[in-house]
Design a protein around this ligand. Structure first.
Ligand SMILES: Cc1cc2nc3c(=O)[nH]c(=O)nc-3n(C[C@H](O)[C@H](O)[C@H](O)COP(=O)(O)OP(=O)(O)OC[C@H]3O[C@@H](n4cnc5c(N)ncnc54)[C@H](O)[C@@H]3O)c2cc1C
Ligand code: SF4
Ligand code: SF4
Length: 924
C-alpha cells in the first residue's frame, strides 16, 4: 500500500534508527519513509489498528530521546518542500522534512527568514522544531517556534486531518470544528474548568517547553480565540503528526554585528546582561570558564584569564541604523568591567560565522575531551530569570566541583536559558550515581530556589518526562494526562515521551556513550548520500552506528557500507573528530572487491597498463560514439557487476579524452634519470588523471610552476591510493604509497593538482599508523602542497592579463578532498584576483558533486542524483565557467552540466592569465 522503498526493517536500517542525539537507544521494529499525507495516514492507521507504538521523526537531533521508539519510526524527511510563499504577507507553507538552513536559504532569495534558530540549524528539520518548540540564540528577538506558527496540518490518532489554526470563538467554523473533533471539545472544557489553576502554574521565566502549553491556550480563550497551534507546537509527536505548517517570516536584517566579550569575573556578566539587553541585541550567548577550557582556549583565541565569554549580536533593520555607533555603545558598557581583552567585533559574514562556529558546535566538540567521560545531556536545558544567571552558574560550578565532575555551562543568557553539560562516564557506578543525584538536585534547585523551568527549548522527551509532574504539580500534570488520553486514547503516539513516569535512566545507551560519536548528525547535513536518500541507513551518522555495532557483519550491511562515496565531507564537518569514512574504509578493507583488485593490479603494472590506455586513446573516436558506448555498457555489465550491483559504463558519462602521449611522455626533460639525485627542490605529483587524460591539467600545473621560476621534477610515481583503498585493497594502496614515499623523499615541496592525491598523500600517516613508514609519511604530509596553495604562497608574482573584452563569470566548485585537506580559501582568492574574471560564489560550492573518483562508474544514477543540487546551484550562480581543483570532479561537472558551462581547473585559468600577459607583452 505504501509502495516500494518506503518501509524498511532490515538490520542496518533498524540499527541506524535506534539512536537520535540523546543518551538513549531503542531499536524500532520498522521504519516508514513517508512521501505524502496518504502515507502518514496509512502508517498511523496501521499502528493504531495493531497497537504498535509510532514515533514521528525528522532529523533525529533532539537531545531527549524523543525520536526513537520500540515500534514504527515514521520519518518525514522526504516531505521537504516549501509549498507556498507569500512574500508580501510574510508567510510560507512548508513541509516538515525541510532542514532549517535549507529553508532559510530559499527564503533569503526574497529577503526573508524564519526567526527561531536552534544551533543545530544545519541539520534539524522543521517537523522536529515544531514538535519541540525549538528556539535558539536569536529567540531574544524572534521568539520560539510557538511564536512563529500560524497553522498546522495535523493527522490525529482518530484518523482525521485537522487544520490547526487560531479560531475566533464566535467564528461559525469554530463550532463546526468542535462538533467534528471530540478531543477539541474536551480540550475547551478542560481549559475553561481549570483556567485559574493554569494561570497560577504558568512558568514565570521567559522561556518554557516543559509540559503541554495549556498556558497560551488559556490566555487565548480569555481573549476570545482558540489558538490550536499552541497545543501542538511543543507536543513532541505525542498528540498528532504534522504534514505541513504555515509559518510566519521576518525580514532578513540589513546588517549584523557580532561581538565576543571576554569577562575577567563571572559576577560582572550578571551585572552586564541587563545593560546589554537595553541595546536590544538579537542574541546574547554565554560560555563559562569551564566550557572555554574544554573546547580549548588557544584554538579559539580566548584569553587564559577569561572567566566567561559573551557573544552579542546586534542587527540593523534598515540602512539608517548605525551599527558602528551601537558597537561603541556596547564597548562603553563593557569598559565598566574588567575584561580579559578588548571585545572582538565582526561585521563581515565570514568573520561572524567564525565567531559563531565554536558556540554552535559546542556540545559535540566536548566529545573530544576524554575517551571515557562524555558530555551527558540530563540537566541540559534549565531556565532562570536572566538577571540571576551568574548566581545559577556559581551554584552549578560549586555543585559540580564538589562532585569533581567537569562541566560545560553555556547558553542563551539573554533568556536565562542555560545548557549544563557534565562530562561523565556513565559506565562507572560512581559517575552514574552523580548523574542521578545531579538530575534531582539541580532540577529541584532550579524550580525551588530560582523559580525557573527545567526545559527551555530542548523538549521533555524521555529525559525530563519523569520530572514534569514535579515542575507543575500533580493537578496540572493530571490535566496534561487528560489531554494526552483525549488525543491519543490508545497511547500509540510516541509513548514514553513527555507524559510518562518511567525513570530517566531507562534505555540509556551505555555502549554508545563509550564511543567517539556524539550522534549530533552534523555529518548527515553534508553527506551527499543522505541528501539523496533521506534515510538514516544511508547516512554518515547511521553508518557510524552500523559499522561500530556489535552485530555488524559485511554481509548484513554490504548495501549500506558500499554506498559511501568516501568524499570525506563527514570528516571535515565532525566537531567530535570522528572520521566515518575511515571506519567504512576499515570495514571495506576486510572485504576487498575482487573485480577492483584485478583492475588495480593491472594498473600497478604501469608499462602494460599504459600501453593498453594508449591503444584505447588511439581508437577513442570510434568507441566513444553513443551507439558503441551503449553496446560497451551492455557487454561489460556482467564484469562490472562484480564491482557493484549498480556499476556500469553509462553512455551518458562524458569520458575525458585519453592522451595518446601521456604527460610523462610529453615532458621527458622533467623526469629524473634513474639512480640520479633529484634535479629540483620541487616535485610534481601529477597522479593518474593528469598523466593519462588530455584534460590540460598537467600541462597547466607545469606551466604555472615554470612561471614561478620552478622547473619541477616528475619523479616515478604510483597511484596515490585513494581509489584503491576505496575498494578495500589497503595492502595494494600501501604498496603504491611506499613507492611514492621513497620517490618523493628528497623534495622540499611536493606539488599536486588533484584534490584526492593531495588528501591521500597528506593522509599517508594514517595509512601507515603505527608502522615503520609512519615517520616518512608524516614528513611527506607536511610538504604536500596543492598548486593553488603554491601560487598563493609564492613570492614570485608573474604578470597576468585577460584578452576578453568583457568579464567572464566564474564560479568555484570546492572539491571534497581538497576541503578535507584544509585548502578552501586559496583557490577562491586566486580566482577572485584573476583579470577578466568576475568571481561568483556559487551556492553549495562546498558540497560534494557526486563524482568521487570512480563513484560515477560504481553507481551512475545516484551520482547524478547527488549532482542535481550542484546543477541547480550552478544555474543560480549565473556563471559561464565553473572552476575546480580536481580532474575527477571535472569529469562529473562535465557529465552533469551537459555543456551548460565550461569546466576548468584553477591551474588552467591561472595559466591562461599568465599567457595572456606574455602575449600582450610581446605585442607591445
Ligand atoms: C549540536 C546540537 C545543538 C542544538 N541546539 C539547539 C538549540 O540551540 N535550540 C534548540 O531548541 N534545540 C537545539 N538542539 C536540539 C534539536 O536540534 C532541536 O530540538 C531540533 O529542533 C529537533 O529537530 P529534529 O528535526 O532533529 O527533530 P527530531 O529529533 O527528529 O524530533 C524531535 C521531536 O519532534 C517530533 N516530530 C518530528 N517530526 C514530526 C512531525 N512531522 N509531526 C509530529 N512530530 C514530529 C519527534 O517525534 C520528536 O518528538 C540541538 C541539538 C544538537 C545536537
Ligand atoms: S560522526 Fe561526528 S558529526 Fe557525525 S554524528 Fe558523530 S559526532 Fe556528529
Ligand atoms: S565520506 Fe561522504 S558519502 Fe561517505 S559517509 Fe562521509 S559524507 Fe557520507
Amino acid at each position: 500500500m505504501l509502495g516500494v522503498g518506503k518501509v524498511k526493517d532490515d538490520y542496518s536500517t533498524l540499527t541506524a534508527y535506534a539512536v537520535d542525539a540523546s543518551i538513549y537507544r531503542m531499536t524500532p521494529r520498522a521504519i516508514v519513509l513517508v512521501e505524502s499525507e496518504q502515507d502518514i495516514a496509512a502508517t498511523v492507521r496501521y499502528a493504531v489498528q495493531r497497537g504498535i507504538p509510532l514515533t514521528p521523526r525528522a532529523a533525529g537531533t533532539n537531545l531527549t530521546g524523543s525520536a526513537i521508539g520500540s515500534g514504527i519510526i515514521l520519518d518525514v524527511s522526504r516531505l521537504n518542500r516549501v509549498l507556498e510563499l507569500n512574500r508580501e504577507e510574510r508567510w510560507a507553507r512548508v513541509q516538515p522534512g525541510i532542514v532549517l538552513t535549507e529553508l532559510n536559504k530559499q527564503l533569503a532569495r526574497d529577503g526573508l527568514l524564519f526567526g527561531p534558530d536552534p544551533s543545530s540549524g544545519d541539520m534539524c528539520k522543521l517537523g522536529g522544531m515544531l514538535a519541540n518548540n525549538s528556539s535558539g540564540p536569536h529567540t531574544l528577538r524572534y521568539g520560539a517556534v510557538k511564536d512563529n506558527v500560524a497553522a498546522l496540518r495535523v493527522y490525529l490518532q482518530s484518523g482525521e486531518w485537522l487544520d490547526a489554526k487560531s479560531y475566533g470563538l464566535d467564528d461559525p467554523d469554530f463550532n463546526a470544528l468542535l462538533n467534528s473533533y471530540r478531543p477539541l471539545q474536551d480540550l475547551r472544557s478542560l481549559l475553561q474548568e481549570n483556567a485559574t489553576l493554569i494561570v497560577q502554574k504558568r512558568p514565570t521565566v521567559s522561556k518554557n517547553s516543559c509540559g503541554y502549553n495549556l498556558f497560551d491556550l488559556a490566555d487565548g480563550l480569555a481573549q476570545g480565540c482558540f489558538d490550536l497551534p499552541k497545543l501542538f507546537v511543543g507536543s513532541e509527536g505525542t498528540l498528532g503528526l504534522f504534514s505541513e505548517a504555515t509559518i510566519r517570516l521576518v525580514g532578513k536584517p540589513h546588517a549584523t554585528l557580532t561581538a565576543l566579550i571576554h569577562f575577567d569575573r563571572l559576577e560582572d556578566v550578571g551585572d552586564a546582561v541587563p545593560k546589554l539587553l537595553k541595546l536590544n541585541p538579537s542574541a546574547l550567548e554565554l560560555m563559562d570558564a569551564n566550557t572555554l577550557n574544554l573546547i580549548g582556549r588557544a584554538k579559539h583565541g580566548i584569553p587564559a584569564k577569561a572567566a566567561a565569554t559573551l557573544l552579542v549580536e546586534l542587527d540593523a533593520d534598515n540602512a539608517g541604523t548605525d551599527l558602528r555607533a551601537q558597537a561603541e555603545r556596547m564597548a562603553k558598557i563593557c569598559r565598566r568591567y574588567r575584561l580579559a581583552s578588548d571585545p572582538v567585533i565582526a561585521f563581515d559574514p565570514e568573520q561572524r560565522d567564525q565567531l559563531w562556529k565554536a558556540r554552535k558546535a559546542l556540545y559535540p566538540t566536548l566529545y573530544r575531551f576524554d575517551p571515557r567521560k562524555k558530555p551527558i545531556n540530563f540537566v541540559d536545558d534549565v531556565v532562570v530569570p536572566a538577571e540571576r544567571i551568574s548566581e545559577l552558574i556559581r551554584y552549578l560550578e560549586e555543585f559540580f566541583s564538589a562532585q569533581r565532575v567537569p562541566v560545560a555551562i553555556f547558553g542563551h543568557i539573554g533568556n536565562g536559558n542555560a545548557h549544563i553539560i557534565p562530562l561523565l562516564d556513565v559506565n562507572d557506578q560512581n559517575d552514574f550515581q552523580k548523574m542521578v543525584q545531579g538530575y534531582h538536585e539541580i532540577h529541584q534547585t532550579v524550580l525551588g530556589r530560582f523559580g525557573g523551568s527545567i526545559c527551555g527549548e530542548h523538549g521533555d522527551g524521555r529525559v525530563r518526562a519523569e520530572y514534569v509532574k514535579s515542575m507543575f504539580g500533580v493537578e496540572l500534570y493530571g490535566l496534561f494526562v487528560r489531554v494526552k488520553r483525549s488525543f491519543d486514547p490508545c497511547g500509540v503516539l510516541n509513548p514514553g515521551i513527555k507524559i510518562s513516569d518511567r525513570p530517566f535512566t531507562e534505555h540509556i545507551d551505555y555502549v554508545r556513550l563509550s564511543k567517539s560519536c556524539a550522534t549530533c548528525a552534523k555529518c548527515n547535513a553534508v553527506c551527499p548520500v543522505y541528501d539523496v536518500f533521506q534515510s538514516e541507513d544511508m547516512s554518515s551518522r547511521g553508518w557510524f552506528e552500523i559499522v561500530t555495532d556489535k552485530n555488524y557483519s559485511y554481509l548484513n550491511s554490504k548495501r549500506v557500507v558500499e554506498a559511501c562515496l568516501n568524499c570525506k565531507s563527514c570528516r571535515t564537518a565532525c566537531p567530535a573528530g570522528v572520521d566515518v569514512s575511515q571506519l567504512i574504509l576499515d570495514r571495506r578493507a576486510e572485504h576487498p572487491n575482487k573485480v577492483a583488485g584485478i583492475i588495480f593490479k593491472f594498473h600497478a603494472q604501469s608499462m602494460r597498463f599504459e600501453r593498453f590506455l594508449k591503444v584505447l586513446a588511439r581508437y577513442q573516436s570510434i568507441w566513444d560514439r553513443p551507439a558503441i558506448r551503449r553496446l560497451l555498457d551492455r557487454l561489460t555489465k556482467p564484469f562490472m557487476r562484480g564491482l557493484a550491483e549498480t556499476a556500469g559504463l553509462s553512455p551518458q558519462l562524458v569520458m575525458p579524452r585519453l592522451a595518446r602521449r601521456h604527460l610523462r611522455d610529453r615532458y621527458p626533460e622533467l623526469i629524473p634519470k634513474s639512480g640520479q639525485a633529484t634535479r629540483s627542490p620541487v616535485a610534481y605529483f601529477h597522479g593518474c588523471a593528469a598523466n593519462y587524460f588530455e584534460d590540460g591539467v598537467g600541462d597547466a600545473v607545469i606551466a604555472v610552476l615554470r612561471k614561478h621560476g620552478v622547473e619541477p621534477d616528475l619523479p616515478p610515481q604510483r597511484c596515490s591510493g585513494t581509489p584503491i583503498e576505496t575498494y578495500g585493497h589497503r595492502a595494494l594502496a600501501k604498496e603504491g604509497a611506499r613507492v611514492n614515499l621513497a620517490s618523493m623523499a628528497g623534495y622540499n615541496k611536493v606539488v599536486t593538482g588533484c584534490a584526492s592525491c593531495t588528501l591521500m598523500l597528506k593522509d599517508y600517516p594514517t595509512l601507515f599508523a603505527g608502522e615503520p613508514e609512519q615517520a616518512a609519511a608524516q614528513a611527506l604530509a607536511k610538504r604536500v602542497t596543492h598548486i593553488s596553495e603554491f601560487v598563493s604562497q609564492s613570492s614570485v608574482k608573474p604578470a597576468m592579463a585577460s584578452e576578453q573584452a568583457t568579464k567572464c563569470k566564474v564560479a568555484y566548485h570546492s572539491s571534497c578532498h581538497l576541503r578535507a585537506a584544509g585548502v578552501t580559501k586559496e583557490p577562491r582568492a586566486i580566482l577572485a584576483g584573476l583579470p577578466g574574471i568576475e568571481y561568483v560564489e556559487m551556492p553549495d560550492a562546498d558540497r560534494c558533486a557526486g563524482g568521487a573518483g570512480t563513484y560515477l562508474v560504481k553507481d551512475f544514477e545516484t551520482s547524478q542524483h547527488i549532482f542535481e543540487r550542484k546543477r541547480r546551484a550552478f544555474e543560480q550562480s549565473g556563471a559561464e565557467v565553473v572552476a575546480t581543483s580536481c580532474p575527477a570532479c571535472m569529469i562529473q561537472l562535465r557529465t552533469g552540466l551537459h555543456g551548460a558551462a565550461e569546466v576548468k581547473h584553477v591551474a588552467q585559468l591561472i595559466q591562461e592569465a599568465y599567457e595572456a600577459a606574455d602575449r600582450q607583452a610581446k605585442q607591445t
